[in-house]
Design a protein around this ligand. Structure first.
Ligand code: FES
Length: 132
């Protein structure tokens, strides 16, 4: 362990204002969740849009760019995020930026612009009014 570091995560220092650090610092710079939920009752769901392919593409592009890992980017699957009407959806934390996407080019743009360069991809934002 790095001298002075705590086991709470990168950048957190022993003896510092730990609670404050935990609130302000994220283990990952960006954590993106892709909804993979499938409904069997015919209602709209993200699984109707092959979100696994999007998640796989995002993961491989993040890795190829050297962004993966603590202090960088983490890509995860999620269950229903309750915004099904806008599916497929993905959300990036800690910014809480919600996206919808259509194809691989959209995923590439989210990775390159948002996850790598910190610029939100406005054309892919999920309107705030979209729910289940
Ligand atoms: S099924 Fe994806 S948000 Fe509900």
């Amino acid at each position: 362990m790095i001298p002075g570091a705590s086991d709470y995560g990168p950048g957190l220092r022993r003896g510092g204002p730990t609670t404050y650090n935990r609130v302000l610092m994220s283990y990952y710079e960006h954590h993106i969740f892709f909804c993979l939920n499938q409904r069997d009752n015919g209602e709209a769901c993200c699984a109707q849009h092959d979100p696994q392919a999007a998640l796989d593409r995002c993961k491989s592009r993040v890795k190829a760019a050297g962004l993966a890992g603590p202090g960088g980017v983490r890509v995860n699957k999620a269950g229903c995020l309750d915004r099904c009407a806008g599916g497929p959806v993905a959300v990036v934390y800690p910014e809480a930026v919600w996206y919808t996407y259509v194809d691989a080019a959209d995923i590439d743009e989210i990775v390159d612009s948002h996850l790598r360069d910190g610029r939100v991809v406005e054309r892919l934002l999920l309107p705030a009014s979209v729910g289940r």
